[in-house]
Design a protein around this ligand. Sequence first.
Ligand code: CA
Ligand code: CA
Length: 89
Amino acid sequence: MSAIANNNFSQEELASFKESFDTFDKNGDGAINASELKSLLRIVGEKFHAKHISETMQEFDTNKDDHIDFEEFLALANKIVKNRAPITP
Ligand SMILES: [Ca+2]
Ligand SMILES: [Ca+2]
Protein backbone atom coordinates (compact mmCIF):
# COMPACT_ATOMS: atom_id res chain seq x y z
CA MET A 1 0.00 0.00 0.00
CA SER A 2 2.93 2.36 0.57
CA ALA A 3 3.49 3.21 -3.08
CA ILE A 4 -0.22 3.79 -3.59
CA ALA A 5 -0.35 6.02 -0.52
CA ASN A 6 2.42 8.12 -2.04
CA ASN A 7 0.17 9.06 -4.92
CA ASN A 8 -2.63 11.57 -4.49
CA PHE A 9 -5.15 9.49 -6.35
CA SER A 10 -8.74 9.03 -5.28
CA GLN A 11 -10.28 5.57 -5.01
CA GLU A 12 -12.13 6.31 -8.25
CA GLU A 13 -8.93 7.23 -10.04
CA LEU A 14 -7.19 4.14 -8.71
CA ALA A 15 -10.05 1.97 -9.94
CA SER A 16 -9.87 3.67 -13.31
CA PHE A 17 -6.09 3.17 -13.51
CA LYS A 18 -6.48 -0.47 -12.53
CA GLU A 19 -8.98 -0.87 -15.34
CA SER A 20 -6.55 0.74 -17.80
CA PHE A 21 -3.71 -1.37 -16.44
CA ASP A 22 -5.71 -4.56 -16.95
CA THR A 23 -6.62 -3.42 -20.46
CA PHE A 24 -2.99 -2.88 -21.41
CA ASP A 25 -1.88 -6.07 -19.67
CA LYS A 26 -2.99 -8.11 -22.66
CA ASN A 27 -1.45 -11.42 -21.57
CA GLY A 28 -2.85 -11.01 -18.06
CA ASP A 29 0.38 -11.63 -16.16
CA GLY A 30 -0.16 -8.64 -13.87
CA ALA A 31 2.58 -6.52 -15.44
CA ILE A 32 3.16 -4.38 -18.52
CA ASN A 33 5.99 -5.62 -20.73
CA ALA A 34 7.73 -3.68 -23.51
CA SER A 35 5.24 -4.57 -26.24
CA GLU A 36 2.28 -3.79 -23.99
CA LEU A 37 3.94 -0.51 -23.02
CA LYS A 38 4.25 0.27 -26.72
CA SER A 39 0.49 0.16 -27.26
CA LEU A 40 -0.07 2.11 -24.04
CA LEU A 41 2.24 4.93 -25.13
CA ARG A 42 0.69 5.00 -28.60
CA ILE A 43 -2.70 5.63 -27.01
CA VAL A 44 -1.60 8.32 -24.57
CA GLY A 45 -0.18 10.42 -27.36
CA GLU A 46 2.49 11.81 -29.56
CA LYS A 47 4.60 12.99 -26.64
CA PHE A 48 5.68 9.38 -26.10
CA HIS A 49 7.28 8.09 -29.28
CA ALA A 50 8.21 4.48 -29.90
CA LYS A 51 11.90 5.28 -29.48
CA HIS A 52 11.14 6.36 -25.92
CA ILE A 53 9.77 2.99 -24.89
CA SER A 54 13.06 1.65 -23.55
CA GLU A 55 13.72 4.96 -21.76
CA THR A 56 10.23 4.94 -20.28
CA MET A 57 10.66 1.33 -19.23
CA GLN A 58 13.96 2.15 -17.54
CA GLU A 59 12.53 5.22 -15.83
CA PHE A 60 9.46 3.53 -14.37
CA ASP A 61 10.63 -0.07 -13.96
CA THR A 62 12.07 0.73 -10.56
CA ASN A 63 12.75 -2.89 -9.54
CA LYS A 64 14.37 -3.63 -12.94
CA ASP A 65 12.41 -6.77 -13.79
CA ASP A 66 11.67 -5.50 -17.35
CA HIS A 67 7.99 -5.17 -16.51
CA ILE A 68 5.83 -2.30 -15.23
CA ASP A 69 3.76 -3.62 -12.35
CA PHE A 70 0.71 -1.76 -11.03
CA GLU A 71 2.63 0.31 -8.48
CA GLU A 72 5.12 1.34 -11.14
CA PHE A 73 2.23 1.99 -13.52
CA LEU A 74 0.78 4.48 -11.00
CA ALA A 75 3.96 6.54 -11.22
CA LEU A 76 3.69 6.47 -15.01
CA ALA A 77 -0.01 7.33 -14.82
CA ASN A 78 0.82 10.21 -12.48
CA LYS A 79 3.18 11.64 -15.09
CA ILE A 80 0.69 11.14 -17.90
CA VAL A 81 -2.12 12.79 -15.93
CA LYS A 82 0.09 15.80 -15.27
CA ASN A 83 0.75 16.13 -18.99
CA ARG A 84 -2.70 15.54 -20.41
CA ALA A 85 -6.14 14.11 -19.88
CA PRO A 86 -6.64 10.72 -18.19
CA ILE A 87 -5.87 7.67 -20.29
CA THR A 88 -9.44 6.56 -20.72
CA PRO A 89 -10.58 6.19 -24.35
CA1 CA B 1 1.47 -8.37 -19.39
CA1 CA C 1 9.10 -3.61 -12.49
